[in-house]
Design a protein around this ligand. Structure first.
Ligand SMILES: C[S@@+](CC[C@H](N)C(=O)[O-])C[C@H]1O[C@@H](n2cnc3c(N)ncnc32)[C@H](O)[C@@H]1O
Length: 375
């Protein structure tokens, strides 16, 4: 049995907990911006491949008091690191430190790295090298109140990097946040869904993959695949099953469409849809949301209009954007709308009364996922 920690956007913890139970996790404990759970190695693989709302999955390797350098060093050395990598592979150590003897992460991270490398050197005179980009073994140290937890991170690249977004939109929505918000909504995964200001089409790709039962991690690699103790048979079975589910689910794609008034955003959206194998399946159009007639009557409208902090729009222009999105919502014929809002003053320009306000963090911005009943 292994102990795991999966991190998510603040506000999506319950969505993540549900996803974890769906992939077979036992004993799921909800934490702030995370869930802890237990299971075997295969569960870790399934979590990486299937969790839509998680950004990271870590396996705990050691925990204990670490009141000074010596205790931390000794704790890190209790782990048999040769189970993860050989001296020919690479590692990187990241850390977070709070209320402990060290003032910042640098020294404890160095101690951790030295303890790992010294163990290899003692065994055969050679040690793995440090590689910041795409290390074979990403190690995470958490030092809190002089107590340390040492993890290995299964994904390597964060899980929200699905591989379909090669170019960044100016203010994109994190893929895991977008998926988590869709899972939080009352969209039934079959009904038509539209986004009147879709930017790089994150909601649309995530909605398509949810509806068609396509695992978000298909087609990308994970750090655990390069570990010595990887159970390749178990991983192959899990991956093959996910491919079969995606093939079977492809026929369940609901009508999806998006619009944006920015041609550059739409160019990025088209590239993302192509990379996600959805080019001819999701309709995109160019123009102001106010003038957009969606190609079908939506059940659900989702939107992430600009709220200033990052796009640096002037307030009148922002209000005008929200008014335009409001015009679209009033005429859309949809049943439900969900709007991600980082500034309550702007939401009033929609001229609708929200029936739910779910707090969620979008990067540094405290937002609300607002729900509106349209009919
Ligand atoms: C915060 S971004 C959306 C990002 C998107 N969720 C993504 O993941 O890429 C807001 C988008 O709203 C679009 N927008 C703002 N006002 C609009 C309007 N009146 N009509 C259509 N699009 C609009 C902008 O061009 C921008 O792409």
């Amino acid at each position: 049995m292994a102990r795991y920690y999966a991190a998510c956007t603040l506000g999506l913890e319950e969505v993540l907990a549900t996803e974890l139970r769906d992939v077979g996790a036992g004993d799921v404990a909800v934490r702030r911006g995370a869930c802890e759970f237990e299971g075997d190695l295969a569960l870790g693989y399934r979590a990486c491949l299937w969790l839509r709302s998680a950004v990271r999955v870590q396996q705990e390797l050691a925990r204990g008091p670490a009141r000074d350098r010596e205790e931390l060093y000794a704790l890190v050395q209790t782990v048999d690191w040769s189970q993860s990598i050989t001296h020919l592979q690479t590692l990187a150590v990241d850390g977070s430190v709070r209320d402990s003897w060290a003032n910042d992460t640098r020294f404890p991270v160095l101690v951790t790295k030295d303890a790992i490398c010294d163990q290899f050197r003692a065994a055969n005179g050679q040690r793995p090298s440090v590689e910041r980009d795409r290390p074979d073994l990403p190690v995470k140290l958490v030092l809190l109140n002089d107590h340390a937890i040492v993890y290995r991170e299964l994904g390597g690249e964060p899980l929200h990097k699905r591989g379909y977004r090669q170019i960044q939109h100016k203010s994109p929505l994190n893929e895991a946040t977008a998926a988590g918000l869709l899972l939080l909504s009352d969209w039934d995964r079959r009904g038509p869904l539209v986004d009147p200001c879709c930017g790089s089409a994150t909601f649309l790709v995530e909605a398509a993959w949810i509806a068609t039962d396509r695992a978000p991690g298909l087609g990308r690699s994970f750090a655990f695949e390069r570990w010595r103790d990887v159970d390749l048979d178990a991983w192959r079975t899990i991956y093959d099953d996910a491919e079969a589910r995606a093939a079977a689910g492809a026929r369940h794609l609901p009508p999806l469409a998006g619009n944006d008034r920015h041609p550059g955003a739409l160019a990025i959206a088209r590239k993302a849809l192509a990379a996600a194998e959805l080019s001819d399946k999701v309709r995109l159009s160019h123009g102001d949301a106010r003038d957009w007639a969606a190609p079908f009557r939506p059940d659900v409208v989702v939107a992430n209009p600009p709220y200033g902090e990052r796009l640096h729009d002037n307030p009148e222009r922002l209000a005008e954007n929200w008014r335009a999105i409001g015009d679209f919502l009033h005429g859309s014929g949809g049943k439900l709308a969900y709007v991600l809002c980082g500034d309550p003053d702007l939401a009033r320009w929609l001229r609708l009364r929200s029936s739910r306000k779910h707090p969620v963090r979008n990067g540094p911005i405290e937002c609300r996922w607002l729900r509106y009943e349209l009919d």
